[in-house]
Write a protein that binds this ligand. Structure first.
Ligand SMILES: *Cc1c(COP(=O)(O)O)cnc(C)c1O
Length: 424
C-alpha cells in the first residue's frame, strides 16, 4: 500500500505563508471518519464508549472533535484532567487511569466525578483519605507472565509496573464493596501498538474470564471492561491497514462465548485508544535546510527529535514523503536528521527517497498521536505549532509555536537586570 499525505505541496506552500515550518498538521475529516468506524465496529455493545487517551495528543480542538463523535477521555495526570474539564468532559465521560498518583490528581479526578481506575491495592486507602469512593470504581489488572499470541511473545506483563495481581483484584473489589461501591470496572493494557487484529479479542478473553471469576468470588456487579489502548496503526507502507471491524467482531465473539453464558450480557465495553484514533491523521511538515555529503548523504530539516521523539527513542519507523515528488522513484538513500547535538536525532536512516533539494518540504507521516505530545526543549529547541486541516479545506492554527519568551518564562532574570531604584 502506498502512503499518501493528506496535504499536497501546493497546500503546504499556501500554509507556510501564514504558519512557517515546522508544524504538526491534523486532518479533521480523517479523524471523524475513523472515530465513526470504531463506534460502528462496537455498535453490537450498547454501552460501548471510547475514552481517548489524552496523553497521545493533548489539544483541546482535537478533544472537541472526538467529543462531538461521542468519545470520552482517558486522563492520567492533573493537567490532562484540567484540559478535559475545560473542553466540557465531566463525570463518567472521564476515565482516570493513572499510576504513582499524587494526592492532588486524585482530588481533581474525584471532584470532576471521573471514573477512577486504581493501579494498585495500596492506592485504595490513599484515595479514601482524599475522597470517598463513588458508586462506580475500576481496577487495573496485571496477569504477570508473558502475553503471547500464537507462539509469539507480544509483551511481558511480568515486567510491567502497572496493575494488580488476581488475588489483589479480588481483595480490592471486596474492600470497595464493603464501602458501598456498587458497580465495578476491569482494565488492562498488555501490549502496545499491536497491528494484529487478534490482540483485542485475546485481551478481551482474558479480562472476560477474570470478570466471571471476580463476580463469582465477590458477588459484585461488573459494569464495564476497559480494553485500554494498544491497537496499532501501519506505520510502514507494506503493513496492512488495521481492520477495526474484524477487531470488533473478534471481541463480540469472546463476549458471546464467555460473558453471555455467565449472565453478564449487560457489561459495557470501553476502549482507551490513543494511537489508533489519531496517529494516521497527523503529519509533521518540515523544510530541508541543508544537505551534506560526507561518509553518508544527509538531509537536515528545520524539525528535530524534539518535535517527534519516536524514531530517536524507539528506533520507530515513520514514513516520509517529499511533497511534490510523491510519484518520483526512490533512487537516492539519505539519513534525514534534525539539528540536535545528539546523533540519534534522525527521522530516518538509510532511507530510499527521491532526490531531495534544499527548500523541499517533507511530510513525516503518522505523527497524530505520541508526536507533538512527547516533545521537549533539549538544546533550547522550541515546540512547533499545531494546525488543523478542517473539513472545508481551510487551515486553523490550534496551537501557536513557542517563542524564546516561552522558553525563558520559568526563569527569574532579575539578578542580571540593573535596578532602576538604585539609580534614582
Ligand atoms: C498510553 C495509554 C493508552 C493509549 O495507548 P495507545 O497505544 O495510544 O492506544 C491507553 N490507556 C492507558 C492507561 C495508557 O497509558
Amino acid at each position: 500500500m502506498s502512503k499518501r499525505p493528506f496535504v499536497t505541496k501546493e497546500q503546504v506552500e499556501q500554509i507556510v505563508r501564514r504558519f512557517p515550518t515546522p508544524f504538526h498538521i491534523y486532518d479533521e475529516k480523517g479523524i471523524r471518519r475513523n472515530a465513526r468506524r470504531l463506534k460502528e465496529a462496537f455498535s453490537w455493545n450498547p454501552g460501548f464508549r471510547e475514552y481517548f487517551a489524552v496523553k497521545a495528543t493533548p489539544n483541546p480542538y482535537l478533544l472537541q472533535i472526538l467529543r462531538e463523535e461521542g468519545a470520552g477521555v482517558d486522563c492520567s495526570s492533573l493537567t490532562e484532567l484540567m484540559l478535559s474539564d475545560v473542553v466540557g468532559f465531566s463525570g463518567q465521560e472521564i476515565m482516570f487511569s493513572s499510576n504513582v498518583t499524587p494526592e492532588e490528581d486524585f482530588r481533581l479526578a474525584s471532584s470532576l466525578g471521573a471514573i477512577v481506575n486504581f493501579d494498585d491495592l495500596t492506592h485504595l486507602r490513599f484515595y479514601e483519605k482524599i475522597a470517598p469512593f463513588r458508586e462506580t470504581m475500576s481496577c487495573r489488572y496485571n496477569p504477570g507472565g508473558d502475553f503471547t499470541m500464537g507462539n509469539r511473545i507480544m509483551d511481558s506483563p511480568k515486567d510491567a509496573k502497572y496493575g494488580m495481581t488476581r488475588p489483589q483484584m479480588r481483595e480490592a473489589f471486596l474492600y470497595m464493596k464493603e464501602k458501598g461501591v456498587r458497580h465495578f470496572g476491569i482494565h488492562a493494557f498488555l501490549a502496545s501498538n499491536t497491528t494484529d487484529n487478534g490482540y483485542y479479542p485475546k485481551l478481551a478473553s482474558i479480562l472476560f474470564e477474570l470478570a466471571v471469576w471476580l463476580k463469582r468470588e465477590t458477588g459484585v456487579h461488573i459494569a464495564f471492561i476497559n480494553l485500554s489502548g494498544g491497537v496499532g496503526v501501519p506505520y510502514r507502507p507494506e503493513q496492512a491497514e488495521t481492520d477495526i471491524f474484524a477487531i470488533g467482531e473478534g471481541v463480540r465473539q469472546e463476549y458471546e462465548r464467555i460473558l453471555v453464558p455467565a449472565g453478564m450480557g449487560d457489561v459495557a465495553i470501553y476502549t482507551e485508544l490513543g494511537r489508533f484514533m489519531l496517529a494516521p491523521y497527523g503529519g509533521l511538515v518540515a523544510k530541508v535546510l541543508h544537505q551534506k555529503h560526507i561518509w553518508k548523504e544527509y538531509v537536515g530539516l528545520d524539525a528535530c527529535a524534539a518535535n517527534l521523539m519516536r524514531p530517536a527513542m524507539y528506533g520507530a519507523y515513520h514514513h516520509i514523503t517529499v511533497l511534490g515528488k510523491e510519484d518520483a522513484p526512490c533512487d537516492h538513500v539519505y539519513d534525514v536528521t534534525g539539528g540536535l547535538c545528539e546523533n540519534n536525532d534522525k527521522f530516518a536512516v538509510d532511507r530510499p527517497l527521491p532526490e531531495i533539494a534544499i527548500g523541499d518540504y517533507l511530510f513525516i507521516h503518522d505523527t497524530g498521536a505520541h508526536g507533538f505530545s512527547m516533545g521537549y526543549n533539549y538544546n533550547g529547541k522550541l515546540r512547533s505549532a499545531e494546525l488543523l486541516l478542517l473539513e472545508d479545506g481551510t487551515v486553523r492554527q490550534i496551537r501557536r509555536a513557542e517563542t524564546p519568551e516561552d522558553y525563558f518564562a520559568t526563569l527569574d532574570f532579575s539578578p542580571w537586570q540593573k535596578s532602576v531604584e538604585k539609580k534614582t
